[in-house]
Write a protein that binds this ligand. Structure first.
Ligand code: ZN
Ligand code: ZN
Length: 257
């Protein structure tokens, strides 16, 4: 069975809890919420970061992995995302005010430290002989996407931050290679108004959307919870999951597909 590794599983930083990132392999990660703590010097192997959106809990460690091992770095770090996501990074984050603009700085071998690469939604990008990745649109307070990562003939779908599962469900229904899905769930159901205004999901919302899926032959992983609500959300997942096999994701775990 194939797997990806959860480097950070949660929707906000807390002592002992990392924010969103997944290692697809040594060189490719989705989001950069918790790279340094999880990988240390192995972050030097990361050559490609696929961003879901521009929120801090998904981008913060881009700043630190470059800074920490600058001298040892010998390859450009490619940052992939939608045009809007990358524009937000350039304008508001790596902008020479909050942190250096690494796209203007060279490594000792003359290559640029960072390169930004716009991606198109629904386009399949081949990342190795037997691996590919595809972004699909999701619904959040800023431009956002989820990803489908395929290795050989199996796929895992990651929604990232969203308040709707419409596009994810379309993908799941037409793509039988999808064996596992990772859905965000940020708040307990008593905070539904807050969840909806910040465009996130609660257990109640998540499982009411999932009832529309005709398939049941996939593993369901749930991530991006706010650690303060871990007990309440765990109880609610049990309460609402029905016939879904739902697993709450933790830092450091492997997700199989
Ligand atoms: Zn987030
Ligand atoms: Zn977000």
């Amino acid at each position: 069975m194939k797997h990806i590794k959860v480097l950070g599983a949660y929707g906000t930083k807390a002592k002992g809890f990392g924010t969103t990132s997944f290692a697809l392999n040594k060189a490719h990660v989705i989001d950069a919420g918790n790279l340094l703590d999880a990988l240390g010097e192995e972050t030097l192997d990361i050559q490609n970061i696929w961003l879901t959106h521009s929120h801090l809990d998904h981008i913060v460690d881009i700043a630190y992995i470059i800074d920490n091992y600058f001298e040892q770095r010998d390859r450009t770090l490619n940052i992939y995302g939608t045009k809007a996501t990358l524009q937000a990074l350039k304008k508001h984050f790596l902008n020479d005010v909050i942190w250096p603009d690494f796209s203007k700085i060279q490594l000792s071998n003359g290559e640029m430290v960072v390169k930004y690469i716009d991606i198109e939604l629904d386009k399949v990008y081949t990342i190795s002989q037997n691996e590919s990745i595809k972004a699909f649109e999701t619904e959040h307070t800023v431009c956002s996407c989820g990803y489908i990562y395929t290795k050989d003939d199996s796929s895992i779908l990651i929604t990232a931050d969203t308040c709707s599962l419409d596009t994810a469900i379309q993908e799941i229904e037409v793509n039988n290679t999808i064996k596992s899905i990772v859905i965000e769930c940020s708040f307990p159901s008593h905070l539904e108004d807050l969840a909806l205004s910040s465009k996130h999901l609660t257990p109640k919302l998540l499982f009411s959307f999932l009832q529309n899926v005709k398939r049941r032959d996939f593993q369901l992983y749930i991530n991006h919870i706010k650690p303060t609500y871990i007990i309440e959300i765990t109880q609610e997942i049990e309460q609402y999951k029905n016939d879904f096999d739902a697993v709450l994701v933790k830092d450091g775990e492997n997700l199989h597909f």
